[in-house]
Design a protein around this ligand. Structure first.
Ligand SMILES: Cc1cc2nc3c(=O)[nH]c(=O)nc-3n(C[C@H](O)[C@H](O)[C@H](O)COP(=O)(O)OP(=O)(O)OC[C@H]3O[C@@H](n4cnc5c(N)ncnc54)[C@H](O)[C@@H]3O)c2cc1C
Length: 396
């Protein structure tokens, strides 16, 4: 391995992987040259949030939170190198040689990438509603656009939609469908005794009041029904487990249980449920880190915490890399990563929303949803499109 530069491989260019990459390119001093290879299953960037659901309901919004190419302009000032490999997956890990093997998912051509530090940030998928996240077939922007088109056509043609799961994704999905289709019957089934159960109980009340207000504007056959403390089996969606009938369901949307994208990790010596220590290092590995949705930190799995972890790691690696370059490296006293808590912004379509934490509703009305739409589309996507932008400097 060329020892004049530090090689870093990042697998997954979502929120965590991309922010870690940009943070490193900006923070590591130019005399400590780094070469980052950013590997992803797709050839573009997609931010997951309310706009994802909005686009699943109406594919005309496609592009709102998509970027066709990683914009490395402005990151070159420190003279570091960045290679972006889209459409690739990690297929082998050799910790003794410090290399990973990546494979082009289409041509199956393989290449070996040496690393001094390996960052895993492959996020999570919704197994029962895969369209929420890009699949291997969604390698190009055009293919991803087609997935949204197909999905939104299914929503358009279903007279009665059943949403399974009343967490933030299920509730936001309800809001988006209701907004676009005020005449479509929607049933949401949630296994807990209230919606958004990890937040304040007032959040459930707010959503239930909103449903009541919507129902006053809807015809008898177009109501929204919320069923709590119950569930639906995939083998029988015409009634709940407790026997409540759900008639004429045209489409079932499962918003439950995101699962970490760690398929195949076990064959490479990394547990499928990736456990990290207080320095976000994968247990048993001193130079392999896991960020965001795939790791086991005790935080709400969110873009907000993925960003904080990536920001922390890039600052920490900057110190480690600088120390390694010293003639006599010191024993570093690193500050561990501290779990974070963030307020959550939940949209109920484009007209109502709430900002909540576990204790109370901090804000309600049109402003939260407008703010969320704006933030996702401009600020968060702006982190990637204009990494050298004035506003973004503080965010890394
Ligand atoms: C509908 C929806 C709404 C959300 N709303 C909010 C919100 O309002 N606020 C909030 O803070 N969070 C929200 N989240 C959660 C947030 O999007 C995630 O927590 C965040 O994206 C996690 O970042 P990550 O980098 O770990 O994963 P991701 O951003 O998902 O990135 C993972 C990357 O890894 C790539 N990848 C996956 N598998 C492989 C592989 N085998 N090889 C190579 N690459 C791979 C993927 O293509 C992707 O680019 C929402 C999520 C969804 C789905």
């Amino acid at each position: 391995m060329n020892t004049t530069e530090t090689r870093i491989v990042v697998v997954g260019s979502g929120v965590a992987g991309t922010i870690a990459t940009i943070g490193l390119m900006r923070k590591v001093h130019k005399r400590n040259k780094i070469h980052i290879t950013l590997v992803d299953k797709k050839e573009y960037f997609e931010y997951h949030g309310t706009w994802t659901l909005r686009t699943l309901v109406n594919s005309q919004f496609f592009g709102a939170t998509h970027i066709d190419k990683f914009n490395a302009k402005g990151l070159k000032k420190n003279n570091h190198e960045l290679t972006v490999l889209g459409g690739h997956k990690m297929v082998a890990l050799d910790t003794a040689q410090q290399t990973i093997t990546v494979e082009d998912a289409k041509s199956q051509a393989q290449q070996i990438l040496p690393y001094h530090h390996l960052i895993l940030a492959t996020g999570a998928s919704y197994t029962d509603m895969p369209a929420i996240k890009p699949s291997w077939e969604d390698r190009t922007l055009a293919a991803r656009n087609q997935t949204f088109k197909t999905f939104s056509e299914q929503i358009k043609h279903a007279k009665h939609i059943l949403i399974v799961g009343g967490g933030s994704v299920g509730v936001e999905m309800l809001g988006e469908i209701s907004d676009t289709y005020p005449n479509k019957r929607i049933t949401l089934v949630h296994s807990k005794d209230r919606l958004l159960e990890r937040a304040t109980a007032d959040a459930n009340k707010y959503v239930q009041n909103w449903v009541e207000a919507q129902n006053k504007l809807r015809g008898e056959k177009e109501k929204i029904t919320i069923i709590l403390n119950d569930s639906v089996l995939k083998s029988k969606t015409s009634e709940t487990v407790k026997g409540q009938a759900i008639e004429d369901v045209g489409l079932v949307l499962y918003t439950t249980g995101p699962r970490p994208n760690t398929e195949g990790f076990d064959t490479m010596g990394i547990a499928l449920d990736v456990q990290v220590d207080k320095y976000l290092r994968v247990n048993g590995h001193s130079n392999i880190y896991a960020l965001g949705d795939i790791n086991n930190t005790k935080e709400e799995k969110s873009a907000a915490s993925a960003r904080m972890q990536a920001k922390w790691l890039s600052a920490t690696l900057k110190l480690i890399i600088a120390n390694d370059k010293l003639k006599s490296p010191k024993t570093l006293e690193l500050k561990p990563y501290e779990n974070q808590k963030f307020a959550q912004l939940i949209s109920l379509g484009t007209k109502k929303g709430i900002v909540i934490n576990s204790e109370k509703i901090l804000m309600a009305g049109k402003f939260p949803t407008t703010m969320k739409s704006y933030m996702e589309k401009n600020v968060l996507v702006g982190l990637i499109t204009k990494p050298d932008g004035f506003m973004n400097k503080a965010l890394y």
